[in-house]
Design a protein around this ligand. Structure first.
Ligand SMILES: [Zn+2]
Length: 177
C-alpha cells in the first residue's frame, strides 16, 4: 500500500476542528462506525477498543479510555456519544464459557477486569446486546456523563450492528435519570 500524503490525510472542512460526536466502537475491522452513525467527515472522534468496552468509572484510576471520554466531553464538548457493538464479536465470544481465557491472556484480562464477567445477566438475554447494554450502563456511571445527560447537554445512542448485512439496530435509549 502506498503511504498517504499529507494532503490526502487532511479532512475536508472546518468540522474537523469541532467534533460533535464521540463514537465508542469495537475495533473489529468489519465495522465502519462513523458511517453507521451518519457522522459527517471530520465530525467525530473514535474510541475503538476490543469489544467496545467502557472501563468502569474509578475515581483517580485513569485509563486511556476514560481520558479520551473526558477529553471529548469536557474539553471538546461533544453533543452525543454513540456506542457501537456488533454480532459475531470476538470479545463477546471470549467472555462465554470456553472463550479466549489463557490463550490470549491480556485480552481476556482486559475484558474481565473491565466489569464484563456476565454476572447478573438474565438467561434470556442475547449475549451481544447484553454486552452492549452493559457498556452503556458503565458509561452512565461516569458522573460527568450522567450530569450532561440529565441536563440534556448530551445525547447517548447505542447501535448493535450486523457487519454481514450492513445493518444496525438502534437499542432503546438509556434513562436520563
Ligand atoms: Zn467486536
Amino acid at each position: 500500500m502506498e503511504p498517504l500524503t499529507h494532503a490526502q490525510t487532511r479532512t475536508t472542512d472546518a468540522a474537523a476542528a469541532r467534533p460533535t460526536t464521540l463514537i465508542i466502537a469495537c475495533c473489529d475491522a468489519q465495522l465502519d462506525p462513523a458511517r453507521l452513525a451518519g457522522a459527517a467527515p471530520g465530525s467525530c472522534l473514535e474510541l475503538r477498543t476490543f469489544g467496545n468496552v467502557v472501563p468502569p468509572y474509578r475515581p483517580h484510576r485513569v485509563t486511556a479510555e476514560a481520558a479520551t471520554i473526558a477529553y471529548a466531553t469536557e474539553i471538546l464538548g461533544v453533543q452525543e456519544i454513540v456506542v457501537v457493538g456488533h454480532s459475531g464479536c470476538g470479545a463477546v465470544a471470549a467472555l462465554q464459557p470456553g472463550g479466549l481465557s489463557l490463550r490470549a491472556f491480556d485480552a481476556w484480562w482486559w475484558l474481565t477486569r473491565s466489569g464484563n464477567t456476565g454476572r447478573g445477566r438474565a438467561a434470556t438475554d442475547d449475549p451481544g446486546r447484553a454486552h452492549l447494554r452493559l457498556q452503556v450502563a458503565k458509561l452512565l456511571r461516569y458522573p460527568k456523563i450522567k450530569r450532561r445527560l440529565t441536563e440534556r447537554r448530551l445525547d447517548l445512542r447505542a447501535y448493535y450492528a450486523d457487519p454481514a448485512s450492513g445493518t444496525a439496530e438502534l437499542l432503546e435509549p438509556p434513562s436520563r435519570t
